[in-house]
Design a protein around this ligand. Structure first.
Ligand SMILES: *Cc1c(COP(=O)(O)O)cnc(C)c1O
Length: 398
């Protein structure tokens, strides 16, 4: 996990500022968009690079009812956090044989089961732990990734019901995941919803009484009310980023970006025209100019694919990465300007101070904004602002 800093202190080489007030406001906005559903804050992969513990606390304080992670290790780490309510529901869905099933049962995690092997491991763990496993059966309604194939669903449901009758599992949820919810009108959306309803109906006819049925991720939460069921699982929208520019901007949905990535200029110097810049000399100064050294690179998550294209705000002007992004640093052509060494270079943020956004970097690097924020490296300290000084969040009961 990354180093964390609770308040801005000494100037740092680089920092990812995490605005917890923005995160809390995003939770409230999403709850209002799905008023009939519970909200799961998806905080996998260190909360998409924002810091799992602080973001989970803030999300729960603002009204998230559930936390979701990919791996059981991520979920167990949250369960061990004393700053979270001990009874907050935590679900994890990416299991492999031999995983920490018993620890998960003992920690009261909701575990996803996509097939018979996983159900068997959950049952074994429940026997060993002496308490039932909380199991959510996952159907593949068309994503073609994890989840039980429809033809295998009756067998999985029947076996889970047998284990429930034996007191070894509680079937707490039935769920699935969309393939193309970020492409409005894509025919797979309606097809997945239809199949999901059929698989729910089958399980319920057999006697399953799930606490939660869910399929909606961020794009579906924002645009498909008919997909909300009992629970929505929001990841990227919590962090104030639109799932895709085609759906609308973050501001269109009333969401505010949570992360600002900034660095302190490490050097400003004059160079003559014709000077090659960075590895491979893919940029050559067109005339006498000034160069600024920005001390972050691909080890910090600045994509090397944004060489020659990534934007950065320095002294009120957008500059572009000159030449290649290196492991620890990149260079910008300052066009003769002489900002002071140590002055701020903002790679991305909410955008309202004129800085680029994570979406701008995604476009520069040919990827999605999810990847930009999630890959910000552990060498970049997260600086939390607008949280509580002691790391607790208002309303968490401590
Ligand atoms: C990551 C993930 C989500 C959240 O997706 P967003 O598009 O970030 O909202 C929801 N459900 C599952 C199964 C996931 O893996």
């Amino acid at each position: 996990m990354s180093e964390t800093v609770t308040a801005p202190t000494a100037p740092l080489r680089a920092r990812a500022e995490i605005d917890l007030a923005a995160l809390r406001a995003n939770v409230r906005t999403l709850r209002a968009l799905a008023p009939g559903a519970a909200l799961m804050a998806v905080v996998k992969s260190d909360a998409y690079g924002h810091g799992a513990v602080r973001c989970a606390r803030a999300a729960v304080a603002a009204g998230a009812n559930w936390l979701g992670t990919a791996t059981p290790e991520e979920a167990l780490a949250l369960r061990a956090d004393p700053g979270l309510p001990a009874d907050v529901r935590i679900m994890c869905w990416l299991w492999t044989p031999g995983g920490p099933w018993r620890e998960a049962v003992e920690a009261g995690l909701d575990v996803s089961v996509s097939g018979m092997w996983a159900l068997r491991e959950a049952v074994e763990a429940a026997r060993a732990a002496g308490r039932p496993a909380l199991v959510q059966l996952k159907a593949d309604t068309g994503l073609g990734r994890n989840g039980c194939q429809p033809e295998d669903w009756p067998e999985l449901v029947a076996e889970a019901l047998r284990a429930q009758t034996a007191g070894l599992v509680r079937i707490t949820g039935l769920w699935s995941h969309f393939a193309c919810a970020d492409e409005p009108g894509h025919p797979s959306i309606a097809a997945q919803l239809t199949l999901f309803r059929e698989l729910l109906a089958h399980a319920e006819e057999q006697g399953v009484r799930p606490e939660v049925r869910h399929i909606a991720n961020s794009p579906a939460t924002l645009t498909l009310p008919e997909s909300h069921f009992d629970l929505v699982r929001t990841g990227i929208a919590l962090y104030g980023i639109s799932p895709s520019p085609e759906l609308g901007t973050a501001a269109d949905f009333g969401l505010r970006p949570v992360m600002t990535l900034a660095a302190s200029l490490a050097l400003v110097k004059h160079v003559p025209g014709g000077h090659g810049v960075s590895y491979g000399h893919h940029y050559v100064t067109p005339g006498r100019t000034t160069l600024g050294l920005v001390p972050v690179g691909y080890a910090d998550g600045v994509p090397r694919h944004a060489s020659g294209t990534g934007p950065v705000l320095i002294g009120g002007k957008w500059r572009t990465v000159a030449g290649r992004v290196a492991m620890d640093q990149f260079v910008v052509d300052l066009g003769g300007d002489e900002p002071e060494v140590g002055s701020e270079a903002v790679l991305f943020g909410p955008g309202d101070r004129g800085e680029p956004t994570a979406e701008d970097w995604a476009q520069a690097a040919g990827t999605i904004a999810y990847e930009i924020v999630t890959r910000i490296g552990t060498r970049v300290p997260r600086v939390y602002v607008n949280g509580e000084a002691n790391g607790q969040e208002p309303g968490d009961g401590n």
